[in-house]
Design a protein around this ligand. Structure first.
Ligand code: FE2
Length: 139
């Protein structure tokens, strides 16, 4: 998936020139609030996420049923990683702090994570505390 993410990164400016291809979705049923732009690209879904700050305790722990790869373009976030083969909350295995320029992939459907952008009440109008970056999911 990382090689696909690199291809998306190379094509992203071209994708952004074609505004009609993008769809939008506000994900606000659980923290963190996520503003999503997405488009279909071959067998992949390319998403741009703006993820709003929340605490690590609030952040939704979730699995990724499909292989995916993410690039953090701006901001930083805390990311616990867990493992569960059931719907029950996973056992947390690691906790990472990711910064702009970080990328990672999730390729096992039993791996879960949550993301908690740092910044909280200190967020300024330039978006400090929010994170922004593309991710690509095989559909
Ligand atoms: Fe996720």
């Amino acid at each position: 998936m990382m090689s696909v993410l690199e291809r998306v990164r190379a094509e992203l400016v071209e994708f952004l020139r074609d505004g009609d291809r993008w769809k939008s979705l506000l994900i606000d049923y659980h923290p963190p609030i996520v503003e999503r732009l997405w488009l279909q690209w071959n067998e992949y879904r390319v998403c741009l996420h703006k993820i709003h700050p929340c605490t690590i305790e609030e952040a939704l722990m979730h699995p990724h049923p499909w292989p995916s790869a993410m690039l953090l373009v701006k901001g930083r976030y805390e990311m616990p990683i867990g493992f569960s083969r059931t719907e029950r909350q996973p056992t947390i295995l690691n906790k990472l702090m990711l910064v702009a320029g970080s990328s990672y992939e999730m390729i096992d459907s039993d791996v879960w994570h949550s993301v908690a952008p740092m910044g909280g009440a200190g967020m300024d109008r330039h978006g400090y505390g929010q994170t922004l970056g593309p991710n690509v999911t095989k559909q």
